[in-house]
Write a protein that binds this ligand. Structure first.
Ligand SMILES: Cc1cc2nc3c(=O)[nH]c(=O)nc-3n(C[C@H](O)[C@H](O)[C@H](O)COP(=O)(O)OP(=O)(O)OC[C@H]3O[C@@H](n4cnc5c(N)ncnc54)[C@H](O)[C@@H]3O)c2cc1C
Length: 404
């Protein structure tokens, strides 16, 4: 009987194991020094946001800043719908939240993990709590070494996540520089940290780096006590992960807090002044900016908040409108150690997306975050695990079946 060894019992490794056994009557052994699926537990804040409801494969793939082209073929073989159906078939019913994120009905990553492992048990998958130190290809078999000894396998699936590339490197694979992403960002204007807890809904943001506009993006953001955060900030951290910004060379965010054009606000001010001449400047822009942020803008620019709007000078008006349509914040760094996903990893040019087999080493397959594929928050990174693992699992012994 053939045998398949899998390195890593995270979501990708375990789903690859289930998939191998769904297709082939073969021995499957999964190695990890941690308990299986430990890394699934914190996902979605413990609720396991395991995919995202989007049926168009091209649109789905566009949510991955790295690997979208590679994933087209993978997702068309096993995508969001297939995952939902598979999970339902093994007892993990799911629901779609109003922002399109998909969760198990249990709202529990632990329960999801238990059901997957029960399924693994039924299929006879073996788990060994051992760290894989080395793998040799002797031309006939792969010899996998752990601290407890050597094991022989016909095929290997590497699913060791975004922090362990030693084995892939050893096989000669190119590793695109790994960097943590999906992180809150530190900013130069520390005074905004006083606004901790304030969220800005669906603001428009232009991002500049070294004087060039590199991104136009919209979404929700949040001020925290030591960073800016929220979905749009996570997206910026992801898209700009390879821009080497720093204190000396920051990313400049120009935030349209009002979500209006300058022209619109100019007309608004003229009309408002005529209708409400005695209203204070502070109370004249409630529709366009949360009060705490607006107060800070006025104080920072030395504008008296109690002044009547009719007395506002042209210079003051320009400063206010400039800040409402283009508030400048400079990003100097990611919050240290806060990224939850790795950008970079095994170069997709060296993997066949139809099978997930290495183009360099026959019989060696890849799955999950260790590949140079990463997505935004929303369930995309787990979907990458399920899809790549399924394709690896269904392909791993296809050549032996053909030869039989
Ligand atoms: C806090 C947090 C929340 C998240 N929430 C979500 C979410 O809601 N939705 C989403 O889509 N994504 C989420 N993610 C990302 C998602 O968890 C990862 O993309 C996913 O876990 C990657 O799975 P993987 O199996 O490829 O790698 P991993 O989960 O990293 O698993 C790899 C495993 O390999 C083992 N290993 C490594 N080297 C060896 C070796 N030499 N020998 C033996 N074992 C080895 C490791 O111990 C590990 O258990 C979140 C991540 C974090 C950190």
């Amino acid at each position: 009987m053939s045998s398949v060894g899998i390195v890593g019992a995270g979501p990708a490794g375990v789903f690859a194991a289930l998939s191998v056994r769904d297709f082939y009557n073969t021995d499957v052994v999964v190695f990890d020094w941690q308990e299986p699926l430990t890394t699934l537990f914190p996902t979605g804040g413990g609720r396991c946001n395991f995919s995202y409801f989007e049926t168009d494969v091209k649109t789905f793939a566009s949510y991955y800043p790295r690997g979208s082209k590679f994933l087209l073929s993978v997702l068309s073989r096993f995508g969001m719908n297939d995952t939902v159906d598979y999970f339902e078939a093994i007892g993990i019913k799911s629901y779609v939240q109003n922002d399109n994120r998909i969760f198990p009905i249990s709202d529990s990553a632990k329960t999801t993990a238990e059901i997957m492992l029960q399924r693994g048990n039924i299929l006879g998958i073996k788990f060994k709590k051992e760290r894989v130190n080395n793998i040799f290809d002797n031309g006939k078999k792969f010899i996998l070494s752990t601290e407890n000894g050597d094991y022989e396998f016909d095929k290997i699936i590497l699913a060791s996540g975004g922090k362990n590339f030693k084995l892939a490197r050893k096989f000669g694979h190119k590793i695109i520089s790994p960097r943590f992403t999906l992180a809150p960002l530190e900013i130069a204007e520390k005074q905004y940290y006083e606004l901790s807890g304030l969220s800005l809904k669906d603001v428009w943001i232009k991002v500049f780096f070294e004087g060039k506009k590199i991104l136009n993006i919209a979404g929700d953001m949040l001020f925290t006590r030591n960073s800016i955060s929220g979905p749009v900030v996570f997206k910026i951290s992801s898209i700009c992960v390879y821009d080497d910004y720093s204190k000396d060379k920051p990313l400049e965010l120009q935030i349209n807090v009002a979500k209006q054009s300058l022209q619109y606000l100019e007309n608004y001010v003229e009309n408002y002044k005529m209708d409400n001449p005695r209203t204070s400047i502070r109370n004249s822009f409630n529709a366009f900016c949360p009060k705490s942020l607006f107060d800070m803008i006025l104080i920072e620019n030395g504008i008296d908040p109690t002044k009547q709007i009719a007395q506002m000078t042209k210079k003051e008006r320009n400063i206010i409108l400039e800040n409402l349509t283009s508030l400048k914040i400079h990003v100097t760094d990611k919050v240290n150690g806060a990224g939850i996903v790795t950008a970079g990893g095994v170069d997709t040019n060296e993997i066949n997306p139809k099978t997930m087999e290495s183009k360099l080493v026959k019989g060696l397959f890849f799955a999950g975050e260790m590949i140079n594929v990463d997505g935004f928050t929303g369930g995309f990174n787990l979907q990458n695990c399920w899809s790549t693992a399924r394709v690896a699992g269904m392909s791993v012994l296809a050549d032996e079946e053909e030869n039989a």
